[in-house]
Design a protein around this ligand. Structure first.
Ligand code: ZN
Length: 203
């Protein structure tokens, strides 16, 4: 099994969103951990080349530092989601503390979309958060953040798995930039040639 953790989590928590409904050849690119001045504007320009829309799960701390980038993401037609204030791991936090961190992030993000950092979230936290947020997981992860994944490998982590409704994870972070700068333009070009439309998650 390639990604044992999400598979197990998937069966335990069917209320989480792993994939969007198929239809209209839509794909859902998502970018976590930004905004980041060295990476986010570049991502926006790459997306514009194909009139592609995406969803940016921002860390609240970064949104507080760079509010103009959050505004730029929105004005360019993309969605913004909440990825906690301090990139908190749900399994390591009491629900109250975790929700507080997310609420603090939302004062800078004002979103109804949430993605848990590391995909680590407890059943109790899901219960509390799903009253207010759509919790968006993924079905494809590029592993662009990994120093042991090459830029080419990053493309192979994505392309063979793409299907209508796929939710694909990238990162607009410095850590991921080595892989992202190589892989994203090539992946965008390939999915465009295959007739897919990249859409923002808008729930
Ligand atoms: Zn993250």
């Amino acid at each position: 099994m390639k990604f044992p953790l999400p598979q197990i989590v998937k069966s335990l928590f069917p209320e989480l969103i792993w994939k969007m409904p198929a239809g209209g050849n839509a794909l859902y690119f998502t970018f976590d951990d930004g905004p980041c001045p060295q990476v986010t504007p570049w991502v926006l320009d790459e997306l514009d080349k194909y009139d592609a829309k995406a969803t940016f799960f921002c860390i609240g701390k970064n949104a507080e530092l760079y509010p103009e980038l959050v505004e730029l993401i929105k004005t360019r037609g993309h969605s913004v989601g909440n990825h906690t204030y301090s990139h908190t791991k749900g399994w390591a936090k009491r629900t109250g503390e975790y929700v507080e961190d997310i609420e603090l992030a939302n004062s800078f993000l004002n979103s109804t979309l949430f993605r848990p950092p590391y995909g680590r979230i407890t059943k109790h936290q899901i219960k509390r958060l799903s009253a207010r947020y759509h919790i968006i997981m993924w079905d494809i992860i590029s592993r662009d953040y990994s120093s042991v994944v090459s830029p080419r490998k990053c493309i192979r982590e994505v392309m063979p798995h793409v299907r209508e409704g796929s939710v694909i994870v990238f990162h607009d972070s410095l850590k991921a930039s080595r892989n992202l700068f190589y892989a994203l333009p090539r992946i965008l070009e390939s999915v465009h040639k295959q007739g897919y439309k990249c859409r923002a998650i808008d729930l």
